[in-house]
Write a protein that binds this ligand. Structure first.
Ligand SMILES: Nc1ncnc2c1ncn2[C@@H]1O[C@H](COP(=O)(O)OP(=O)(O)OP(=O)(O)O)[C@@H](O)[C@H]1O
Ligand SMILES: [Mg+2]
Length: 323
């Protein structure tokens, strides 16, 4: 039984051939594989569309199944590391020796590279230069404009796009066949809608839905997403009220990027919850008007995560005012 495995792992593409809906990129990468002339690359695009997955698939196609164990490929997550010095040391150790077998270089994936400050990126660029004889770098990033120009100009840039409805259908068919579940046509449309072309969300919502029923309906999809929203938002607000902003942020990111909860839904739930939280009435009023304000800002294109964090910070200070 494989119930314990998250589907986002179970259905991670093993080869570039399994990557859904990014044809121009898959074609270009497959071409590079043939010549073994891999440049430094930037994979950019929205969440859950195959950037990290494609980097792994490429490495597996190039080096074989033991691409990690045999030391051909290393993934570093920029947001996990405490600084550029730690990253530099890891690269150094990794890039020092080239395995005898293989194309004569290794591949290093710097995931979430747009989390590095500009200063750290400049230092990283020097690291890239220092080790480019033995190492090809892939930088994954949601926002290309947060990558400094000197790095961009040394990399081939691949722009991943949100998965379209037919891509979501392909993934849902792959999964439902292998899991023996049935997904109604309306549910497929609902999955596409709530995921906004993010296959990580598709897989997470579908896996949760399948626990409730082997036949997945649109209604079930919405209930799963809504249920996740209610639980998450309450927890997130409690954490903020207790001064645990970092943890609140983690819950927020999980809701937004993993569970497929829309910012609209989160704001609505926050609105409803405000009436029950232990802060002064004046602060409640202030928080309600702030919610209205950020609702507007988001509609004008502001980043939901950043905006919602300002409300959580206000919650934190409002609860401190009581103490
Ligand atoms: N194009 C795709 N083809 C097949 N599976 C995909 C694709 N995109 C995403 N997936 C599935 O979703 C999971 C998450 O995708 P991945 O980690 O590649 O996203 P990402 O683009 O790197 O997102 P983020 O910006 O959040 O890092 C994968 O493990 C895989 O199961
Ligand atoms: Mg990724």
């Amino acid at each position: 039984m494989s119930e314990g495995i998250p589907w986002i792992e179970k259905y991670r593409p093993k080869s570039l051939r399994d990557v859904i809906d990014q044809e121009p990129i898959v074609e270009a990468l497959t071409g590079l594989l043939k010549t073994k002339g891999i440049p430094h690359m930037i994979f950019t695009g929205p969440p859950g569309v195959g950037k990290t997955a494609a980097a792994h698939a490429l490495a597996r196609d190039l080096f074989g199944d033991r691409y990690v164990e045999d030391g051909h490929f290393l993934e570093i997550n920029a947001s996990d590391e405490r600084g550029i010095d730690v990253i530099r040391e890891k690269v150094k150790t990794f890039a020092r020796m080239i395995p005898m077998a293989g194309p004569g270089f290794k591949i290093l994936l710097l995931d979430e590279s747009d989390m590095l400050t500009a200063e750290a990126q400049h230092a990283f660029r020097r690291v890239m230069e220092q080790f480019s004889a033995t190492c090809r770098f892939i930088l994954a990033a949601n926002y290309l404009n947060r990558i400094i120009e000197p790095i961009q100009s040394r990399c081939a840039v691949f722009r991943f796009r949100a998965i379209d409805e037919s891509g979501v259908r392909k993934m849902v068919e792959r999964v439902s066949k292998s899991e023996g579940i049935s997904v109604e046509e309306g549910a497929l449309k609902a999955l596409y809608e709530v995921s906004e072309g993010d296959l990580r969300k598709v897989l997470n919502v579908l896996q949760t839905a399948s626990i409730y029923s082997r036949t997945v309906t649109a209604d079930l999809v919405y209930r799963v997403v809504g249920f996740a929203a209610a639980v998450d938002v309450r927890r997130m607000m409690e954490l903020a009220l207790n001064g645990k902003l970092d943890e609140a942020k983690r819950v927020l990111r999980q809701a937004l990027y993993v569970n497929g909860v829309s910012e609209r839904e989160i704001l609505n739930r926050m609105y409803a919850e405000v009436f029950y939280i232990p802060v002064r009435e004046v602060d409640k009023a202030r928080i309600l008007s702030l919610l209205g304000e950020i609702d507007y800002r988001i509609s004008q294109g502001a980043t939901p995560e950043v905006q919602i964090m300002t409300v959580l910070a206000t919650l934190q200070s409002a609860s401190q005012a009581l103490k």
